[in-house]
Design a protein around this ligand. Structure first.
Ligand SMILES: [Zn+2]
Length: 80
């Protein structure tokens, strides 16, 4: 005669770590038209212009700061 000894088996919870796929950066084509907005009959510039280079040289929006791609001038946004 054989005896079956029941052993309490603890349920094993498998944690499946979801691996986030690396986000593919889409290369957005930017034209000068993205820098302007027409309100009525007014032309509104959406980016600030460089203080060094003068009007015509737009500064790139980098979240908390603007940088000029022409001379490298960086201007920080007002953080309050
Ligand atoms: Zn500049």
């Amino acid at each position: 005669m054989s005896e079956n000894t029941e052993k309490p088996v603890a349920p094993v919870e498998e944690k499946k770590g979801k691996k986030g796929k690396p986000e593919k950066k889409k290369k957005e084509e930017k034209g000068v038209y993205t820098l302007y907005k027409i309100e009525g009959d007014k032309l509104v510039r959406l980016r600030p212009t460089c203080d060094r280079c003068g009007p015509g040289y737009f500064m790139a929006d980098h979240g908390d700061r603007y940088t000029c791609g022409h001379c490298g001038f960086t201007r920080y946004k007002h953080a309050e």
